[in-house]
Design a protein around this ligand. Structure first.
Ligand code: SF4
Ligand code: SF4
Length: 92
C-alpha cells in the first residue's frame, strides 16, 4: 500500500553494499536495487521518487553507516530537512 509522501531518502552509492535489507523493510515499497553497478561492484539501493513517509525503518535496518539519509518535509514551506543520517541530521 502506498503511503502519503512525507519525506525522501538519499543513498550514498559509495557506502551502499546492495544487501537489499532496506528494500525489503520499506513499508510502502519505495526502494529498489538499481540495475547498474556502483564503482565497487554492487547494485545500490535507489529511491523510487515517491511515497516515502520518512518512517526511518530503512535507516535503522541498514548495516552500512552513512549509506542512507532520511529527510522529513518541514511543516511549513515544503522543504526537506535531514532527520536520520547525513551530517546535518539530529543525533539519534
Ligand atoms: S524512510 Fe520509511 S518509507 Fe522512506 S524509504 Fe525508508 S523505509 Fe521507506
Ligand atoms: S540496507 Fe544499506 S547497504 Fe543494504 S541495500 Fe540498503 S542502503 Fe545499501
Amino acid at each position: 500500500m502506498a503511503g502519503q509522501a512525507r519525506g525522501k531518502v538519499t543513498i550514498d552509492i559509495d557506502e551502499c553494499k546492495g544487501c537489499g535489507l532496506c528494500v525489503e523493510s520499506c513499508p510502502p515499497k519505495c526502494l529498489h536495487l538499481a540495475a547498474e553497478l556502483s564503482p565497487y561492484g554492487f547494485h545500490p539501493a535507489r529511491y523510487n521518487g515517491q511515497n516515502c513517509t520518512a518512517c526511518g525503518i530503512c535507516f535503522y535496518c541498514c548495516p552500512e553507516p552513512g549509506a542512507i539519509t532520511v529527510y522529513r518535509i518541514r511543516a511549513k514551506g515544503k522543504t526537506f530537512a535531514a532527520a536520520l543520517g547525513g551530517e546535518h541530521a539530529a543525533a539519534v
